[in-house]
Design a protein around this ligand. Structure first.
Ligand code: PLP
Length: 383
């Protein structure tokens, strides 16, 4: 079945008890068995819940995977995935991940004997060079947040597998509509469902999807043991979101391209970061690996003062962290999403004080562009 059909139907048979077409929100913490040792597939809601299960099946189907697990946030999903790695083992990570991923790895998990090396995974040779005898995982984000570096998933998967390591891809920026990492050899896909999958900026969540049965059993065990589960209500919100994912992503992609083209020609804008732009160094790879370019665009306005002037002048676009909602969100990575990354690392990655990131929404594209134009024109030449 095609993606849009899968999105609407996978995991969502009419409810067996009532025939309800929309999966109900099962607000229960426990389930009565028919007798001792005879339950109906559900015992306790941390372990399993029908609404969450429907979402987990839906997300697995969208990524072309056998197994899916929903977590309380994208970070909880990433944390659970890292439980596949043990003390004394080594992980190679894209050096420009979401700041929260960097913080979890560097400030928390490295206290438990897991070693991390952060490299520019856009060059597969860097991954090859970072592999050590004890490397058990390669963790990539592509395109990266916020400077849109693209990693060749097939090439890096081959290197990881040759070393006997798993490869994990954070597919939050693309969603399975625009990129399906498992098709390139990736073993595990993680998502912040908070973003495009939910799509309406009204819930925080995360997911892990994969094919390998033994690893899937371990993720399920961690989900139940550590308990960072997605609630039934939030599961329902994401399920509702995925029904329109195909339509939304088509429009996000169209609007993203239009906004990037506008910014590229604007005199107040310096460098722009958008894989859809022919000037992006990995434009060809992005064309090959992605079905579209999405709606995340970053651009440099030259200084903190200019970024502040612009961000305080927007009217339709909302100044806020996060991305992937129907509304256009705009933010300042250096002081917002990536504030936890050390200034010298930010500088090296290109996360300058003048960098602005936009998550282009699905409002009328001309309205979005007019708002950006008036906000950029509010930047005076001295700023
Ligand atoms: N991965 C990426 C690429 C993100 O942008 C984010 C959050 O912004 C996360 C993971 C973390 O997700 P959450 O905020 O749902 O924990």
């Amino acid at each position: 079945m095609a993606f849009a059909t899968t999105a609407i139907h996978a995991g969502q048979e009419p409810d067996s008890a009532t025939g309800a077409v929309a999966v109900p929100i099962y607000l229960t913490s426990t389930y009565a068995p028919e007798g001792l040792g005879r339950n109906k597939g559900f015992e306790y809601a941390r372990t399993s819940n029908p609404t969450r299960l429907a979402l987990e099946r839906n997300l697995a189907a969208l990524e072309g995977a056998k197994f899916g697990y929903a977590f309380a946030s994208g970070m909880a999903a990433i944390d659970a995935t890292l439980r596949l790695v043990k003390s004394g083992e080594h992980v190679v990570v894209s050096d420009n991940t979401y700041g929260g991923t960097f913080r979890l790895f560097k400030r928390i998990l490295s206290n438990y004997g897991v070693e991390f090396d952060f490299v520019d995974t856009s060059d597969v040779h860097n991954v090859e060079a970072a592999i050590k005898r004890n490397t058990r995982m390669v963790f990539v984000e592509t395109p990266t947040n916020p400077v849109m570096i693209v990693t060749d998933l097939k090439a890096v998967s081959d290197v990881a597998h040759a070393a006997g390591a798993r490869i994990v891809c954070d597919n939050t920026f693309m969603s399975p509509y625009l990129q399906r990492p498992l098709e390139f050899g990736v073993d595990i896909v993680v998502h912040s469902t908070t973003k495009f999958l939910n799509g309406h900026s009204d819930g925080v969540g995360g997911a892990v999807v994969l094919n390998h049965e033994e690893d899937a059993n371990w993720i399920a065990f961690v989900q139940n043991s550590a308990g960072a589960i997605l609630s039934p209500f939030d599961s329902w919100l994401v399920l509702r979101g995925t029904k329109t994912l195909a339509l939304r992503m088509e429009q996000h992609d169209k609007a993203g391209r239009a906004v990037a083209a506008f910014l590229e020609d604007h005199p107040k804008v310096g460098k722009i970061y958008y894989p859809g732009s022919p000037s992006h160094p990995q434009h060809e790879l992005a064309r090959r690996q992605q079905k579209g370019f999405g709606s995340m665009v970053s651009f440099d306005v030259g200084s903190l003062a200019a970024a502040r002037a612009m961000l305080e002048a927007v009217k339709l676009c909302t100044l806020a962290e996060s991305l992937g909602g129907v509304e256009t969100l705009i933010c300042h990575p250096a002081t917002m999403t990536h504030a936890s990354v050390a200034p010298e690392v930010r500088e090296r990655l290109g996360i300058t004080e003048g960098l602005v990131r936009i998550s282009v929404g699905i409002e009328d594209t001309d309205d979005i562009i007019s708002d950006l134009d008036q906000a950029l024109n509010a930047v005076t030449s001295g700023e």
